[in-house]
Ligand binder design. Structure first.
Ligand code: ZN
Ligand code: ZN
Length: 354
């Protein structure tokens, strides 16, 4: 997430009845400018089904628990959890929900594979991987040293996340298992490879014209744009291309209202899609112009892009995120035939090709 401005944080429990058997509970993400994750609760014939669970923290669990109680149900009654994607502000708390309720957990297989990787890889391998990414990008030695010392100091090298292993697949075009409701799974890769939106088919009629509300996860947010990083090491991966295609997919749907996982509910999905698409196109045009002027390493590309703070003020973790976002933009220019490697030097430099 690239949060540009703090959102209202609600630590007190709150639940809002959105009508039609859909509720929302803001679950705080402590010490994060994003404020909270909007967890949605779908009433079903077999008990409440959550769309996302929130961040793994006792305060977050307390907010979710009291929100469910205020609805007239309970944490123990939760029948299932649908994860829009595997990020910790969405899927972190699923583990605790499953412990309390025995609920099933559904996720797209591309994100489930990443959960498996996180749960089985030693954290030292994670550090080694990211050091290699920095080296290959042409980062200065001090950036590598900063990453190593930050990771060791924060203890991320040893302990593990508690990420719930999904036991159900979310398959694009199918209905999710929410008894008594038509909840269509819409695969929207980009922010993560297995991100999904959920379309509540509530309007009259059948087929693709049937209108409804879209639970958009992090794919479509009213005031911020999701982080798009190079999440895959293969040359085929084009997360930004995937994201732009996923935005177009959503813009074509008969959406009455967007229920995002952060900030607030909004209407007019096509306008928001157009704004986000234009933002990325501007960044692509700017990057192409820089590459046409002089070949650059990936590190140099990232340092020269516009971020929400000056590069010198970005911490180690935000620089990692920025580097990954820069890599996704570069990859998309390469896929469009507008950029490519100009040498096989280490680090590789890239230039404009068209
Ligand atoms: Zn996310
Ligand atoms: Zn999020």
């Amino acid at each position: 997430m690239t949060a540009t401005e703090p959102d209202e944080t609600s630590i007190d429990s709150a639940v809002t009845d959105l009508g039609g058997g859909v509720w929302t509970i803001p679950v705080p993400i402590p010490d994060n400018p994003l404020g909270n994750t909007l967890v949605y609760v779908l009433e079903s014939d077999r008990g409440p089904v959550l769309v996302d669970a929130g961040w793994d923290d006792p305060r977050s669990l307390a907010a979710l628990t009291s929100g469910l109680t205020a609805m007239g149900t309970s944490l123990a009654d939760v029948h299932g959890v649908i994860a829009t994607h595997n990020h910790p502000d969405h899927h972190g708390l699923t583990y605790a929900v499953v412990e309390a309720s025995g609920a099933w957990v559904a996720m797209h297989e591309a994100d489930a594979a990443h959960v498996e990787l996180i749960n089985t890889s030693p954290r030292s391998r994670w550090l080694e991987h990211h050091l290699e990414v920095l080296r290959a990008a042409g980062a200065p030695q001090e950036a590598l040293d900063a990453l190593t010392s930050t990771r060791k100091a924060s203890g991320v090298v040893s302990p593990r996340f508690r990420l719930a292993t999904p036991d159900r697949n979310l398959v694009h075009g199918e209905l999710a298992d929410v008894a008594g409701r038509d909840v269509r799974i819409v695969w929207t890769p980009g922010h993560t490879p297995g991100h999904v939106c959920l379309f509540l088919e509530e309007g009259v009629g059948t087929g693709p014209d049937r209108a409804g509300r879209l639970l958009s996860g992090d794919h479509l947010l009213p005031g911020i744009t999701p982080h798009i990083g190079l999440y895959d090491d293969t040359d085929e991966a084009d997360p930004l291309g995937d994201f732009l295609a996923s935005l177009a997919k959503v813009a074509a749907m008969p959406i009455t209202e967007v229920l995002p996982a952060h900030q607030h509910i909004f209407t007019d999905a096509p306008t928001r899609v157009a704004e986000i698409t234009a933002l990325h196109e501007e960044r692509l045009v700017a990057l192409h112009a820089r590459l046409a002027a002089t070949p650059l390493t990936l590190w140099e590309i990232a340092v020269g892009m516009d971020w929400n703070r000056p590069w010198s003020e970005l911490g180690v973790q935000n620089r990692q995120i920025a580097l990954s976002e820069a890599a996704a933009h570069l990859r998309h220019l390469v896929k469009r035939g507008q950029a490519g490697a100009v040498s096989t030097d280490d680090p590789i430099r890239y230039g404009a090709t068209a």
